[in-house]
Design a protein around this ligand. Structure first.
Ligand SMILES: *[C@@H]1O[C@H](CO)[C@@H](O)[C@H](O)[C@H]1NC(C)=O
Length: 252
């Protein structure tokens, strides 16, 4: 009798415990119900363009604002081998407080696309009034000319979005800290904890086609140049020769 009672108690305790655990996990996932939307666009024309990011935080009710107000958004943007950012340009923009962005690795701005590899860039900005507008100046690399010419396609993927807050509030979300511990505010010593935040992408993957030189034109141009040089030299030689003859005649 007592044994059965104890067994029942344990069973109820178990069920009760399970209910508590599941409600905690439901709470934890609900607390961090971010509703983030991102628009990524490529503006301007030619080999020097501008990626813009419109990031909007939208919660269903206003009392969830505390989750992201005064937090910093960090974007990790991977660029394909045909696209690069200029580190000098970015450091000027940082110095003038126009934009806080920095490349992950050293960037060689002169290499053609074929000899380059994809590179990551980090961009950070503060959430103000539920919004962050960020941008990144990007440049296309030249492709080596091929027979027939044409275009080469660069695809710029959506960025990964991280959030860092001035306090421990994101600890409630239970999300893992990001592996990429990138910088907080441009100071190399100040590393912060970033949480990766899922978002809804509102725009298509960016496509950037760049023209590729045509080697056929190359030979045509080379042949033209050679002809001009040969004809020009012959003409020059002829003129010099005639001059010498007329000069000699005068001396005599
Ligand atoms: C890129 O676009 C943003 C947003 O329109 C603008 O503020 C910024 O000045 C532009 N940068 C360049 C280099 O054109």
């Amino acid at each position: 009798m007592i044994g059965t009672y104890a067994f029942c108690l344990k069973k109820y305790e178990l069920i009760f415990g399970l209910i508590i655990i599941s409600s905690i996990s439901v709470l934890a996932t609900n607390v961090c119900n971010f509703n983030v939307r991102v628009k990524q666009t490529l503006i301007n024309e030619g080999f020097h363009r501008n990626i813009t990011y419109g990031i909007v935080f939208n919660t269903e009710n206003d009392d969830e604002r505390w989750l992201y107000e005064d937090c910093i958004v960090g974007l990790e943007q991977e660029l394909p081998s045909g696209v690069f950012t200029n580190p000098d340009e970015l450091s000027d923009l940082r110095r003038n407080k126009k934009l806080n962005a920095f490349p992950q690795n050293r960037v060689n701005v002169e290499l053609p696309a074929e000899q380059s590899s994809p590179n990551k860039v980090y961009i950070t900005g503060k959430v103000i009034d539920e919004k962050v507008n960020l941008w990144l100046p990007v440049h296309a690399r030249y492709y080596q000319a091929v027979s027939g010419g044409g275009t080469a396609r660069n695809e710029i993927e959506p960025p990964t979005l991280f959030l860092h807050c001035p306090d421990e509030r994101l600890e409630l979300c239970g999300a893992n800290n990001a592996q990429a511990a990138f910088l907080c505010n441009g100071s190399p010593r100040e590393k912060c904890k970033w949480k990766e935040i899922p978002y809804t992408m509102m725009t298509d993957t960016l496509i950037w086609d760049v023209p590729v030189g045509n080697t056929d034109h190359y030979y045509l141009v080379a042949m033209g140049t050679t002809t001009v040089i040969v004809v020009g030299s012959l003409y020059l030689l002829k003129t010099i020769h005639e001059y010498q003859i007329s000069h000699r005649k005068k001396k005599l």
